[in-house]
Design a protein around this ligand. Structure first.
Ligand code: NAD
Length: 312
């Protein structure tokens, strides 16, 4: 009999990830609060449960792909999570209570490092095993099974999770103990968020100075300004035909997600006392961008914001 997996959160990422597990022969029982997500999951061969706790009963592995840490901690603890506001009330039920001792909990959501560590503590105190395994690669990577997983786990738990993660991802990186996967994810996205602003400011400055986009690209992509924000996700149409700028900034990686991830980075910067100057500024830039209409656009559309505010 195949390993039974519970999959909680069947949205843009979770739906295709769970479908890939079904394709690899696992028996997957899923749950989501949104009826359309459940209908799509059913069509992909995922069994649909009546609640998150029902999905977890009898599962060897419980995977979560939820919006943030509030939803994660709520789903772990609160039996009424499925009917509530999504935050849960820590009533002591939920996924942990419904699961068997020794069940492996894999959280793939992007959450605060502190929430990831709190979730791991809950899992261990309940006699279960757990790890954080946030991803990069977006919806396209989730569909193709080519995600990168950044894993925070004890060695034995990492070994136990690897074969399942390999179905959904092409690259599995063990970053350290519990919480380290989330730490790697937000550090990476801090670099990405700041570098996209830098690249965008440089293109707008180049425009003002009479440089063509292609000329700046030809120089910077082969010089010390080279980075992923320039050479893969180039914020102007033309130089990199596959970048979101060539399709009216349809994501890609949405502005709302960059704002969320830099908010998590900001929490971690505050909590650790790092003397960061650019990180907090970048977090504010994307928060405003997302609030003022950029939430559903690729984060590289930040260049339009910079250009619009450059009034001379
Ligand atoms: P999404 O909003 O499409 O999916 C989240 C799903 O969780 C929703 O369908 C929601 O109904 C469901 N949900 C919320 N609370 C629930 C509960 N208690 N029980 C069951 N279901 C519940 O979001 P997404 O784009 O799939 O992203 C999920 C996570 O992955 C986020 O943490 C995000 O930051 C991260 N992520 C997303 C991307 C991306 O490109 N979309 C890339 C990397 C990481």
């Amino acid at each position: 009999m195949s390993t039974r997996i519970a999959f909680i959160g069947l949205g843009h990422m979770g739906g295709p990830m769970a479908a890939n597990l079904v394709g690899a022969g696992y028996t997957v029982t899923g749950f989501d609060l949104v009826p359309e997500a459940l209908a799509q999951a059913r069509a992909k061969g995922i069994r649909v449960a009546d609640s998150a706790a029902d999905a977890a009963r009898g599962a060897r592995i419980v995977i979560t792909m939820l919006p943030d840490g509030r939803h994660l901690l709520g789903a772990y603890e609160d039996e009424n999570e499925g009917q509530g506001d999504g935050a849960g009330s820590a009533a002591g039920g939920g996924l942990l209570a419904a699961s068997d001792a020794g069940t492996l909990f894999i959280d793939c959501s992007t959450v605060d490092v502190a929430d990831a560590r709190a979730a791991h503590d809950l899992v261990v105190s309940a006699g279960r095993r757990g790890l954080d395994a946030p991803v990069s690669g977006g919806v396209a990577g989730a569909e193709a099974g080519t995600l990168t997983f950044m894993v925070g786990a004890e060695d034995a738990d990492f070994a136990a999770a690897t074969s399942v993660l390999e179905v959904m991802g092409a690259r599995i990186v063990h970053c350290g103990g519990p919480g380290s996967g989330q730490a790697a994810k937000i550090c990476n996205n801090l670099i990405l968020g700041i570098s996209m602003i830098a690249v965008s400011e440089a293109f707008v400055l180049g425009e003002k100075l009479g440089l063509t986009h292609q000329a700046l690209f030809n120089v910077a992509s082969a010089a010390s300004g080279q980075c992923w924000a320039l050479t893969t996700n180039c914020p102007v149409p033309g130089p990199v035909p596959t970048s979101p700028a060539n399709r009216d900034y349809q994501p890609g990686f949405a502005g709302a997600l960059m704002a969320k991830d830099l908010g998590l980075a900001l929490n971690a910067l505050d909590a650790t006392g790092v003397a960061a100057e650019l990180g907090p500024v970048a977090a504010g830039v994307y928060r405003r961008f997302a609030d003022e209409g950029g939430a559903g656009l690729d984060f590289s559309a930040i260049i339009n914001d910079i250009r619009a505010k450059s009034d001379r």
